[in-house]
Design a protein around this ligand. Structure first.
Ligand code: DX5
Ligand code: ZN
Length: 220
């Protein structure tokens, strides 16, 4: 893997009082995808963004909305996020009883489907789901908050998934989420990641720094 990774800034680290402006600014700064962290205060210990906010932000950019659902049960809200303008919808296998069905549901709405693995979640079951996935995400922090430290043990998981994707011959993106900075971005890409989520590292310093922040991550 020597191609440049895509950068997906997480708006969790944006100024929520000026969210529309922040999305426009990070788009202009070169973001490839806009990563939207949806938390319910139940699956994870924090509450963030719902479909109404996603819908309100949709006119602010043409970039794909990479919607990361940290909600349980997840199935009840897939349609609302699809209708609000999500392009990719990712969920955690623990968040519903039937991950295969959830993937089919997302695909039936014409959206790309992603599966997210928490730090302690093994890859069991993944082999049976690969055929329908567009994205696999590895959490390199425990989900719930921005600004946490990258868990290096996840690098082995990233490599394992990269091997599975290569073997499958399918066009599946491998995204890493949590604690990404210049150093950990390089480690994640070496391990096989091709999309990097970055909240803190993208939005630090104010909008005049966003383009430079993204450039630094991409060329790491
Ligand atoms: C954590 C979220 C991440 C988070 C990343 O639950 O899924 O997307 O915002 O933030 P940083 O880059 O600050 O670790
Ligand atoms: Zn996320």
């Amino acid at each position: 893997m020597n191609k440049m990774p895509l950068i997906a800034p997480s708006i969790l680290s944006a100024d929520f009082a000026r969210l529309g402006e922040e999305v426009r600014a990070i788009d202009k700064a070169g973001a490839d995808w806009i990563h939207i962290d949806v938390m319910d205060g139940h699956f994870v210990p924090n509450i963030t963004i719902g479909p109404m906010v996603v819908k309100a932000l949709r006119p602010c950019t043409d970039k794909p909305f990479d919607v990361h659902l940290m909600i349980s049960p997840v199935d009840n809200y897939i349609e609302a996020f699809a209708a609000a303008g999500a392009d990719l919808i990712s969920f955690h296998p623990e968040a519903g009883a039937h991950p295969h069905r959830t993937i089919q549901h997302i695909k039936s709405l014409g959206k790309k489907a992603g599966l997210v693995f928490n730090p302690a979640t093994p890859l069991s079951g993944l082999d049976y789901l690969m055929d329908d996935l567009d994205l696999i995400m590895v959490m390199s922090v425990n989900p719930g908050f921005g600004g946490q430290k990258f868990i290096k043990e996840q690098l082995a998981k990233i490599s394992d998934i990269r091997n599975k994707i290569t073997t499958s011959g399918r066009n599946i993106r491998l995204e890493v989420d949590g604690g990404i900075d210049k150093e950990t971005a390089a480690l994640a890409v070496q391990a096989g990641a091709d999309v990097l989520v970055a909240g803190t590292a993208s939005f630090k310093g104010g909008s005049q720094f966003y383009a430079n922040n993204i450039r630094m991550l991409r060329k790491s």
